[in-house]
Write a protein that binds this ligand. Structure first.
Ligand code: COA
Length: 325
């Protein structure tokens, strides 16, 4: 049976220039390189320069994805941008990218599922493509989390970084089997009973300011491993595949221990897990597209490979997507 599939045809990333090593944080915060490395796997992260906005990071990543796909802005008819750190409450950061890349038609909007945002955005783009509302969609994950950190809370401020990644999806015909290229399945979940485990203590209708990240780290950790393994297995089953078919697991890059425990639960060996957390820290919605772009550059993900992505964040919101590149 002929079906429409959303097929990956280009990706790009941008990281701000400023590299902040763990040792630099330890100069002003009561922490150490050894503590951060052993608990999280993070060695360094990037911070946006003063005045450098989420849209600025997104625009560079978007242009690089267009180059990679051999396209221009006018070839794209939808942008779905996942961020929890938009330039402004409105307009959407996506429309700023739309204007900058010269995309005169179509539509662009932001979605908010925090660290799970890229997976949620992929599912939206997939639906738009499969229902004929877009032929080519750009999915962006972009964050400037350095703007919403409490520098007096060492349990959170050492974890996060800034960056942006973009992936272009194009409608192509498939056979409707797991051998097709493109997005094969997604699984989206949330449970608002866990709002208090990970949140920002401000916002337009509460304090009128952006607020800073608050997190019950150990609780989030426990939920993460269980929920990520479960959503990963569900998405794979929906795609008609098993863990043995997974060429690359591309998890949300929050913490190396979460990634390795989830991979073990799923039965995917670490040699098949894309890991970038050491260089990027937790970049929330940007972490998966950043990791995809790095993996493509490393020659890890090749055409035809099965890529399983999974992420969890505030909400709690979590989910997974299976893509044959
Ligand atoms: N540097 C040094 N010590 C630190 C520290 C830091 N940056 N942050 C916390 N500590 C201390 C604590 O104060 C505590 O000290 P105490 O024993 O004297 O009270 C000790 O380290 C242990 O703290 P705890 O919070 O139990 O550490 P942990 O092993 O749970 O690690 C996290 C903390 C945040 C690294 C871990 O819980 C985690 O990764 N959670 C998941 C977070 C995450 O990834 N969230 C994003 C999901 S999208």
């Amino acid at each position: 049976m002929s079906v429409i599939r959303a097929v990956a045809c280009g990706c790009g990333r941008y990281l701000p220039e400023r590299v902040v090593e763990n040792a630099e944080l330890a100069l002003t915060i009561d922490t150490s390189d050894a503590w951060i490395r052993t608990r999280t796997g993070i060695e360094r992260r990037r911070f946006a320069a003063e005045g450098e906005k989420t849209s600025d990071l997104s625009i560079v990543a978007a242009r690089r994805a267009l180059d990679d796909a051999g396209m221009t802005g006018s070839d794209i008819d939808a942008i779905v941008l996942a961020t929890a750190t938009p330039d402004q409450t409105f307009p959407s950061t996506a429309t700023r990218v739309q204007a900058a890349i010269g995309m005169s038609g179509g539509f662009a909007f932001d979605i908010q599922a925090v660290c799970a945002g890229f997976v949620f955005a992929l599912a939206q783009a997939d639906a738009l493509i499969r229902t004929g509302q877009a032929r080519r969609a750009m999915v962006i994950g972009a964050e400037t989390f350095s703007r919403i950190l409490d520098w007096n809370d060492r349990g959170t401020c050492v974890l996060f970084g800034d960056g942006a990644g973009a992936l272009i999806l194009e409608a192509r015909e498939g056979e409707g089997t797991s051998a097709d290229r493109g997005l094969l399945a997604t699984d989206l979940r949330s449970d608002g009973r866990y709002n208090e485990l990970l949140y920002v203590d401000g916002g337009p209708s509460t304090t009128g300011s952006a607020g800073v990240v608050r997190m019950a780290g150990q609780e989030v950790f426990k939920h993460a491993v269980l929920k990520l393994a479960e959503t990963g297995a569900t998405a794979l089953a929906r795609a008609g595949l098993g863990t043995a078919d997974v060429d690359w697991l591309v998890p949300h890059q929050a913490n190396l221990r979460i990634m390795s425990m989830t991979a073990a639960k799923l039965g995917v060996p670490m040699e098949r897990v894309v890991v970038t957390v050491q260089d990027h820290g937790n970049t929330s919605a940007a972490s998966i597209p950043l990791a995809l772009s790095v993996a493509r550059e490393r020659g890890q993900i090749r055409e035809g490979d099965v890529v399983l992505m999974e992420a969890i964040g505030g909400g709690l919101a979590w989910g997974a997507a299976v893509l044959r590149w």
